[in-house]
Design a binder for this molecule. Structure first.
Ligand code: PRT
Length: 106
């Protein structure tokens, strides 16, 4: 993702694909499969929402980190990476959300 922390995290996640599930949380997620990975991503999204509404701004950061980690695992499981997301965001640069929606919905 052109960021050393994200790059290292994604390299670690990819390496965990071949690790035994009982030695690594990431490996256990891969072993449990796409539905479990997606479920965990959803749970972390909800926990981020709860933190966002709690009034405690600092509590958003660890939940967002959990969310990003599980998103990176989901992308890796699909053979994708955060760099693919970065490229999509780059492609969208300069296209306002309201303009994009109008083009999509007519
Ligand atoms: N960044 C993370 C990271 N963020 C969150 N988590 C884990 O994500 C889990 C989510 O929290 P939960 O409370 O929902 O977990 P849980 O209750 O144990 O999960 P379930 O059994 O209910 O499915 C916790 O176990 C966290 O430790 C992470 N686990 C790993 N990493 C990175 O991945 C690397 C490899 O980790 P392992 O695969 O465990 O070696 C680590 O060095 C980190 O860099």
């Amino acid at each position: 993702m052109a960021d050393p922390v994200f790059d290292r995290l994604e390299a670690t996640i990819r390496a965990r694909r071949d690790s035994p599930a009982d030695t690594s949380y990431t490996a256990s997620l891969f072993a449990r499969g796409r539905p479990k990975i997606a479920q965990k991503l959803g749970e972390e999204a909800v926990e981020t929402v709860i933190a966002a509404c709690s009034g405690d701004e600092a509590s958003i950061v660890p939940e967002a980190a959990d969310l990003m980690f599980h998103l990176a695992v989901l992308l890796a499981d699909a053979g994708l990476s955060l760099d693919d997301v970065r490229a999509e965001l780059e492609r969208r640069e300069g296209v306002g959300g309201l303009v994009e929606k109008a083009a999509r919905t007519g």
